[in-house]
Ligand binder design. Structure first.
Ligand code: CO8
Length: 273
């Protein structure tokens, strides 16, 4: 696999509903673009998201991925409701599982993935944002899981991730009211870690990404992996996973470099090995 060819050379032709741009800082900006449907996730977008993710994590010069929505109105207004018509229960289950698998790929990415929430993040859109490692929102964004308004429940992992990211009480309220909540409220309950004015959203997100990408990339990937796996198990097993990973990092050059740089009072030069 060619790990150096940037996706930007092929990305816009390859994807019908995604724009991908890799900047000089190694940040891959992945923009979901179906503005006429408020960037709703149809089956094609979901497939394209998976393909883009798999491709981006294979590039050595991509250090963080930022997912956002085209325009200033919506991040993603949910799964595409027009695709629900006439679905059999089995087909609906299949669509739910396909979406869950793609979101699990995002969550398992060794490269940090940040959701930049620039507007409506509803239903499958919020579920997508919740699968990202971090969430930054514009103060004008509105977030929610309105599926019960459609006689449904969240189907892309939302019942599980919102509960883990906030609390069972918050998750129940958000899910069974189906209400939309402000970015401030999402920040208050810990669902988003940063909020800012819409005009500062890109810069705030880029700064957050840069504060991660200057750290040791293997350590960052390992931390994300240990946190994710730890959420699936009890405390003791989680600490075993942590100790194993901690030990493994002592086999990396980055660890040697990190300690040496500290002792020599200079900035570390991490090589990701
Ligand atoms: N799917 C399809 N089209 C959409 C969606 C959507 N989720 N959201 C908006 N659109 C379309 C509208 O139909 C409209 O199209 P058109 O111009 O052709 O009529 C266009 O986008 C603009 O939308 P509005 O005119 O409605 O814009 P408003 O500013 O009046 O309202 C809202 C914005 C409040 C965001 C409104 O569009 C809305 O309520 N959208 C639906 C939100 C929603 O219910 N999302 C959850 C969907 S269900 C889901 O995500 C389940 C995930 C798990 C799936 C499991 C697999 C099957």
């Amino acid at each position: 696999m060619n790990t150096e060819a940037p996706i930007e050379e092929t990305g816009t032709e390859e994807f019908q509903h995604l724009n991908v741009d890799i900047d000089e800082a190694g940040l891959a900006w992945l923009v979901i673009s179906r503005p006429k449907a408020l960037n709703a996730l149809n089956s094609e977008v979901i497939e394209e998201l998976r393909d883009a993710l798999v491709e981006l994590v294979s590039y050595e010069d991509v250090h963080a991925i930022i997912i956002t929505g085209d325009g200033d109105k919506a991040f993603v207004a949910g799964a595409d409701i027009s695709e629900f018509t006439g679905l059999t229960p089995l087909e609906a289950r299949g669509l739910s599982q396909t979406g869950q698998d793609v979101l699990a790929t995002i969550e398992a990415s060794p490269i940090p993935v940040i959701a930049m929430i620039n507007g409506f993040a509803l239903g499958g859109g919020l579920e997508l944002a919740m699968a990202c490692h971090l969430r930054v929102a514009s103060t004008t964004a509105l977030l929610g899981l309105p599926e019960v308004s459609l006689g449904l429940i969240p189907g892309f992992g939302g019942t599980q991730r919102l509960t883990r990211l906030t609390s069972p009480g918050v998750a129940r309220e958000w899910i069974i009211t189906g209400d939309m909540f402000s970015a401030e409220e999402a920040h208050r309950v810990g669902l988003v870690t940063r909020i800012c004015a819409p005009e500062d959203l890109r810069e705030t997100t880029a700064k957050l990404a840069s504060s991660i990408t200057k750290r040791g990339p293997i350590a960052v990937a390992t931390a994300l992996d240990v946190i994710r796996r730890g959420l699936e198990v009890g405390q003791t097993e989680g600490e075993n996973i942590e100790a194993d990973a901690f030990g493994m990092l002592f086999a990396t050059e980055d660890q040697t470099e990190g300690a040496a740089a500290f002792l020599e009072k200079r900035k570390p030069e991490f090589l990701g090995r």
